[in-house]
Design a protein around this ligand. Sequence first.
Ligand code: FAD
Length: 825
Amino acid sequence: MKKILIIGGVAGGATAAARLRRLSEQDQIIMFERDEYISFANCGLPYYIGNVIQQRDKLLVQTVEGMSERFNLDIRNFSEVTKIDRALKTVMVRNTQTNATYSESYDYLILSPGAKPIQPPIEGIKEASDLFVLRNIPDTDAIYSFINNQKPATAVVVGGGFIGLEMAENLTERGLKVTLVEKMPQVMAPLDFEMAQLVHQELNMHGVDLILGDGVKSFANQGRNINLESGTVLTTDMIILAIGVVPENGLAKAAGLVLGPRGHIATTDHMRTLDATTNAVVEDIFAIGDAVQVKDFVTNTDTAIALAWPANRQGRVVADIINGIDTKYNGSMGTSVLKLFNLTIAATGNNQRSLESKKIPYTAIHAHRTNHASYYPNATNIAMKLCFNPETGEILGAQAVGQDGTEKRIDVIATAMKLNAKVTQLSDLELSYAPPFSSAKDPTNILGYIAENVLHGYYKMTYAQEIAQLENDGAYFLDVRTPIEFSTGHFKGAVNIEVDELRDRLSEITVSKDTPIYVNCQVGLRAYIGIMILRGNGFTNLHNISGGYSTYKSFNYQLNTHTTSTPVLPHVDDTTGQASMAIHEIDVTGMQCPGPLLATYKAIQDVNQGDKVRIIATDPGYTNDVENWCRTNGHTLASLTTDKNKYIAEIIKGAQTASCSANSILNNTQENATIVLFSGELDKALASMIIAQGAAAQGKHVTIFFTFWGLNALRKATHEPVKKNFIENMFGFMMPQGAKKLPLSNMNMLGIGPVMIKSIMKQKNVNQLDVMMKSAQDLGIKFIACTMSMDLMGIKKEELLDNIEYGGVGTYISSNENVGTTLFI
Ligand code: FAD
């Protein structure tokens, strides 16, 4: 019979005790816990505070009586172990209720004392009466009763780790206005910055104010005020201090056991401790859980992971080893998941930051995929990032931010990592699929495919953080999104050629074939298609912007921009003078980029100026898109809110040109835009005018260069007496004469299509092309007629509208100076 003592009766300790008993009915097992409760649900504590878990009893997974009975254990709560005597193989125990002490001998000792919240000696911390930490049931009770009794209206959470974020959410759910302060430039250390930005956005969306890169200098006024290092002073009704934990290492240190650089108890892969003097393995003392230092499974460097899985696994491993089972602990990867409002945030292994600090070579890839088939209702986007070793293909870590199914993908990757799969093997994982759950190519497979493409050298990855420098260097950006997406924002100087037109418009890419071309779309997929087209046409230096414009936008997210709502200006009816605001609702849930934006664009076209359109989406990326789109198109984003996993944007249709006089446009020095209107088709001419006015409304100088068939849009409706030869007359006769006569590119149906579309435009209050052209000119948009095409087609100046300029390629090129956008329509 062995006598085994366990210090600590929660995650690691209780697991070890139960397994020890299952493996031996004879052993004497004593578990000491200094607090009242054993085996409680630490992880559930924030949710009890938030009233999500409504019964306190539910937190008490096991009671002393229940567990003692089931496992025949000697469980002693209110019993603090105060000393270990390694020579005598005894521990000293103090009853925390009576203060009585006694000694207990052991054959084996298991330390699972956990960690304690950091409470640094900040000025004013002792006097801060309503400052709380959260580790155990008494902490929870204190916070819970404070909220119920004192009814605080505001809270400051200090620290943006797991507990800080969970508390920010749960206090918000309780109706408090929360400010979260984090000293690092981001929350959630397991994530890299661009991924954490999604979390920042989610916090802001739910009304949590974020202060990043600023620490607490002191507390004042009994904790009512918090002075930050930047000089900012916050006022609050309560404070949650969640800046991390330190290992409970007092016993181990006093017993002469080796501690790591951050104070964790050093362990072997059998979870045995080491002697501080000789570094020899201490055969009879094991340590597990938050208090210990183990090996990082991926990098084999020392690490300490304060999570429940390692504590539980180590508890079982130790019980097995004590009972002669040949096993070991293989190291920790820190696989973790967190719920934050609508988001699920999960990670495993190393992130880019930690790989850089450890000088481990890596390639990072990003992907944005829906959690299940996009055509099945309520599909949502998962933003993923994976780092792998480009030489060996070893998976080094992964991060994901999304909604349903996010953690499933990280768990699959964590499994692959533990089984030493290479990144390319992710594409070969045969995962379960039906439309409500996934896609035939699961997001995890997609990461494998992207990695394969990179390893095959089809393209190099370029990252969001490199874009600013590339823009300064005048890099060649090719944006293969639709013009509407492009209009919501793009890289400086980017050329926009939609992927579906790329094959036909390759001649517009005027750089040499070995010039680096940085190709982007919204998430990386269309860029990949574009890259393969370019590759097939001899271009050799191709880069894909990892995660596309979406990741770039996340990277550049500005804090606290989602909480403001702009006053709503009602539409005043022209004839009645009455203020009214029609509300139109469109549901684009499940649609992925660019679907929601295109639907928004269409919906706005369908309503009157001043009307409100409410769009319900599930794609988190839409929140950024819609903000930019409204800003650049003269509409008002009245509100952007969330409801469960839905994002609701309310947009008031603006007058795109109302606030922009020609002078203000000309005074603006932003990059300009040129549209080459080659087509003489009504829909394309309309699109040119819409985009041109949108760009002008952003303050850009816009030039439309009318060439070939596009000249027809400029023709006057009346016949002008001009001298023409026979062929010129024939040409003039066969071509549509002016904006009102242009055919449609599709569904022209011998002229019925244009009649129908014009009638619909009238009904929907959309200006006809000729009116739009006039208002474009009023806005200062320059129309240039291509003289070379006029000559070829026999069109004379007298036949064209007034107030236009004439020029050839030179005029066009000079109008391109300082041009950020060139569209060829
Ligand atoms: P603990 O479970 O903390 O147990 C240590 C016990 O030892 C304590 O009860 C302590 O009182 C006792 N003790 C210490 N010294 C002595 C002594 N000298 N004598 C007697 N008793 C002593 N992890 C996740 O993976 N997912 C989550 O969602 C998650 N959420 C969490 C939420 C909160 C609010 C907290 C506090 C933690 C959360 N964790 C989560 C972390 C997880 O709970 C810990 O990693 C895990 O409990 C560690 O187990 P442990 O046995 O090392 O320590």
